[in-house]
Write a protein that binds this ligand. Structure first.
Ligand code: NAD
Ligand code: UGA
Length: 450
């Protein structure tokens, strides 16, 4: 074993994860490869204009790039030279054929398995980093070990980092999970994978299981988090109808140590590339095994989420005298959460499209996500993209705050009020602004769950 690592897939997972592994394992060479040449070029850019925004990432890349971390499109050479292969390619929801809209599209995954087999010149440990349906490792093993000259051992090491806090989550994980076959070769491979993390993660936080438990745990963990968000959003609607305040309800529910305070923030619903995809994947798995009631239960989490965005638009239209046609609405924030430029499945996208159906004129502002927003909404008419919040608000009838960017509460809201049409409305879907102060300026204010 030469202990060197290759990671196939230089995206949100491959890039940050390998940067931290390289930082903490200076004696190992780590190569991140991708078929997307422009992405690799960005990872290698001399001025560190990396392809993704993540707080703290640039500093880690500056420290290790060229030392023991390398980005390349030469997949063949990287696979040949490394004994440990992480696979972090995308596993989106299938859009065609059986399981369309639910199951994972495993074509990128299978292509990688065939690449690894084609280029390998010795035994390898292959580690699933992507989130995959349970039992994918069996398919991977079957492809890799069929008439193979070398032995491939497949492990599952799902990633639990959240975007926006990726570097902190990687440096101080609650747990690292490594699943592997429970035979001699499997247990030895698990120990090799444990050694990568043990250079900085306390041993008791590195949990080992069989492969199927590891694969399923990742889907279940995301489903539990998504379910909490949908649960509090389901209560938010009831709060609006009854005069209760969802933030108060959440605070008190979360004070119960058995429940805990995290992931109880009502808002526009969860976005991001994974929650919806992973819950739907779980639904599909339940269906495939005949567990229809369990499938329906988890499907409710996604349905509730979509309903939340429809509810936001219905309420806004109602509050704007039942029409937003030709009214300018400024969306503050387009990223699915703060501290990221990622707009995949962002609630702001759903809200923008629903408002466009109502013929609203949209002005979209975001400190990091405008390039992605432009791409996502390219087919819509009557949308302007404006980095300056004050210009976005100019002539607007309403501001809808969609992303809880930290600087939004500190904006000059009097100045925003002055440039808007009256009556000026703010719909704070993150409940992060000082509603009383806004009302004192003259705004009409709507919140989620109040
Ligand atoms: P991404 O789309 O940002 O990156 C995937 C990369 O893989 C792309 O750059 C793509 O070009 C590359 N790729 C695809 N096929 C390839 C091939 N055959 N050879 C080489 N490169 C190939 O996706 P991501 O957000 O990094 O997610 C990757 C996986 O990690 C998914 O399964 C996701 O569920 C999981 N995950 C993501 C996060 C997150 O925060 N984004 C967190 C935990 C788990
Ligand atoms: C999530 C999980 O938190 C990670 O553990 C997991 O690794 C990752 O998915 C993945 O598999 O991709 P991420 O989607 O990056 O991470 O971000 P989260 O912080 O979980 O937020 C997800 C969405 O839920 C965001 O839109 C956020 O605004 C929303 N959310 C979160 C709420 O509306 N309320 C909350 O209380 C918490």
């Amino acid at each position: 074993m030469n202990r060197n690592i290759v990671c196939i897939g230089a995206g949100y997972i491959g890039g940050p994860t390998m940067a931290v592994i390289a930082k903490m394992n200076p004696d190992r060479k780590v190569v991140v490869v991708d078929i997307n040449a422009s992405r690799i070029e960005a990872w290698n850019s001399p001025d560190f204009a990396l392809p993704i925004y993540e707080p703290g990432l640039v500093d880690v890349v500056k420290e290790v790039r060229g030392r023991n971390l390398f980005f390349s499109t030469d997949i063949a050479a990287a696979v040949r030279e490394c004994d440990i292969v992480f696979v972090g390619v995308n596993t989106p929801t299938k859009t065609f054929g059986r399981g369309a809209g639910m199951a994972s599209d495993l074509q990128y995954w299978e292509a990688t398995a065939r690449e690894i087999k084609g280029y390998a010149e010795g035994d390898k440990i292959v580690i699933e980093k992507s989130t995959l349906p349970v039992r994918t490792a069996a398919a991977m093993e079957a492809i890799l070990n069929d008439h193979a000259a070398h032995r491939f051992t497949v492990l599952s090491n799902p990633e639990f980092l959240a975007e926006g806090t990726a570097i902190r989550d990687l440096l101080e994980p609650d747990r690292v999970l490594i699943g592997g076959p429970q035979d001699e070769a499997g247990l030895a491979a698990i120990e090799e994978a444990v050694a990568i993390y043990a250079t900085w993660v306390p041993r008791e936080r590195i949990l080992t299981t069989n492969v199927w438990s590891a694969e399923l745990t990742k889907l279940a963990a995301n489903a539990f988090l998504a379910q909490r968000v949908s649960s509090i959003n389901a209560i938010a609607g009831l709060c609006e109808a009854t005069g209760a305040d969802v933030d108060e309800v959440a605070r008190v529910i979360g004070a119960d140590k058995r429940i805990g305070p995290k992931f109880l923030k009502a808002g526009p619903g969860f976005g991001g590339s994974c929650f919806k995809k992973d819950v739907l994947n779980l639904v599909y798995l339940c269906e495939s095994f005949g567990l229809h009631t369990a499938a329906e239960y988890w499907h409710g989490v996604v349905k509730m989420n979509e309903h939340q965005q429809e509810r936001i638009v219905s309420r806004l239209v109602r509050e704007m005298f039942n029409t937003v046609a030709n009214k300018r609405i400024a969306l503050f924030g387009f990223a699915f959460k703060s501290d990221t430029g990622d707009t995949r499945e962002t609630p702001a996208g759903a809200v923008a499209r629903l408002l466009a159906e109502e013929h609203a004129r949209l002005a979209i502002t975001d400190p990091k996500a405008l390039p992605n927003a432009r791409r996502d909404l390219a087919d819509l008419q009557d949308v302007v993209f404006e980095p300056d919040e004050y210009k976005a608000a100019e002539g607007a009838d309403a501001i809808v705050l969609m992303t809880d960017w930290r600087h939004y509460p500190a904006l000059d809201w009097r100045r925003l009020y002055d440039v808007m049409r009256k009556p000026a409305l703010v719909f704070d879907t993150r409940n992060c602004l000082d509603a009383a102060a806004l009302r004192a300026i003259g705004f009409r204010v709507l919140n989620i769950g109040k």
